[in-house]
Design a protein around this ligand. Structure first.
Ligand code: IVH
Length: 408
């Protein structure tokens, strides 16, 4: 059956509108139409595509619901390896890094750094050819990753087609897939009510969701992405600096952390670390530090790489939010109203700079459900906000061993 021109034009128009509103909502956080109107546009497109299946294409917004389950993930060879980062824990290490950079570049001038949060999710590489998302791959060992394209297509902040114009013919964008804390809490709450396994952290939940063989399940998970770098780029220039190039991505519909800033020299870096650290608990996603990158691509090139890490970037980590320890005993505390609360006595452990010796276990059901036993190795995770409202900011996440939490 040939498709009437008006119907194929209408489908193209609907796709453009839906992509545009998606971008306003998920990337810019600035919705222009109510959800009901968005749903109406999507339904109309679904109906047209159902009537004329030839109208369907992999980059249609109707394709975000997931596809036929896979038997396994194919391997992907990264054309440009996905690098890791050197870590610093103390300000002096940033000073040493900056001195090394200046010596190596032979400059007495202050270095301009692009400063970004270090997101606690999973690294991903998106490949766009002629503006269409053709592949999404996990980092794997940096050389070989897994093809998770079907799953990444379901993430609404990842454009299936780039918006705007003048994007390079081949554009590999790298970034982090993560689960926003609100979404994580809601997902765990639902699982708890259904008596299903809960995830220990947003990162674990993101990893579990991204590695589903059935992308229809991934489509139900609230995943999001921030972009922070590039792989192969061909047929079209980026800007001369990292920060400007990353900002160009937003014009093409990709999402970038609003925290990205350029800072000057060590003082600028340390101030950024302090300021972001202060706001860490109020962000809607987990971060485990900040990253500083020499902003000029020219300077980056002069500095080069050592083994698998760039010599032009460094991560400054925050104190860990999660530590392992042992459950020594369980006491029962009697509250003023007579309520009984089990309290875990722990082998002292320092989590995010605070010494922890006990943690509220909520109630007996929780202990049974998690099968928490005296002598267990447990993970103590800081939960500064969200669902685990308890008098104690420390949450006893898991009992009977550590594999659940540390899995991926
Ligand atoms: S840049 C060439 N920037 O940290 C440099 N990585 O330890 C490659 N990460 O595998 C990484 N936030 O998963 C970079 N703003 C950020 C990041 C970031 C999180 C992760 C990423 C990477 C790991 C490296």
């Amino acid at each position: 059956m040939s498709i009437p021109k008006t119907d194929s034009e209408r489908a193209a128009w609907l796709r453009d509108r839906i992509d545009y509103h998606n971008y306003q909502y998920y990337v810019l956080d600035n919705p222009e139409i109510p959800d009901s109107e968005y749903d109406r546009l999507l339904r109309e497109l679904q109906e047209l595509e159902a009537r004329y299946p030839e109208l369907q294409s992999p980059d249609s917004p109707t394709q975000r619901v997931g596809a036929t389950p896979l038997d396994g993930f194919d391997e992907v060879q990264h054309r440009i390896p996905m690098f890791s980062l050197g870590n610093a824990f103390f300000g002096e290490e940033i000073e040493a890094f900056d001195k090394w950079v200046r010596d190596r570049l032979g400059t007495g001038e202050q270095i301009v750094y692009a400063a970004e949060p270090k997101l606690d999710g999973l690294a991903i590489s998106l490949r766009y050819e002629n503006g269409v998302l053709v592949q999404a791959a996990t980092r794997g060992d940096g050389q070989t990753g897994e093809d998770v394209t079907q799953n990444v297509r379901t993430i609404l902040s990842v454009p299936l087609r780039l918006l705007g114009e003048r994007w390079p013919d081949v554009l590999e964008v790298r970034g982090e897939i993560y689960m926003p804390i609100d979404g994580f809490n809601a997902m765990n709450e639902k699982a708890r009510k259904a008596g299903e396994k809960t995830f220990a952290s947003p990162r674990n939940a993101a990893a579990g969701s991204l590695r589903q063989l059935d992308s229809r399940i991934t489509a139900q998970c609230p995943l999001a992405m921030f972009c922070y770098g590039f792989g192969e780029v061909e047929g079209g220039p980026l800007a001369p600096t990292h920060s400007e190039s990353i900002r160009m991505l937003t014009q093409w519909g990709l999402r970038v952390s609003p925290e990205l800033k350029t800072v000057n020299g060590v003082a600028g870096c340390l101030e950024f670390y302090r300021a972001v650290g202060e706001r860490r608990d109020s962000l809607d996603y987990d971060i485990n530090g900040v990253v500083f990158k020499v902003d000029s691509f020219d300077q980056q090139q002069q500095l080069g790489f050592v083994s698998r890490a760039p010599r032009w970037a460094i991560a400054q980590k925050f104190p860990a939010q999660e530590e392992m320890t042992h459950l020594l005993d369980i006491d029962i505390q009697v509250g003023r109203t007579g309520a009984l609360t089990p309290v875990a006595r722990l082998e002292p452990v320092n989590v995010a700079g605070v010494a922890v010796t006990n943690a509220t276990l909520h109630n007996e059901d929780e202990i049974r459900r998690k099968d928490i036993r005296i002598g267990d190795t447990v993970i103590i995770r800081r939960a500064g906000q969200g669902m685990w409202v308890s008098p104690c900011p420390w949450v006893f996440q898991l009992g009977n061993g550590m594999h659940h939490s540390l899995g991926i």
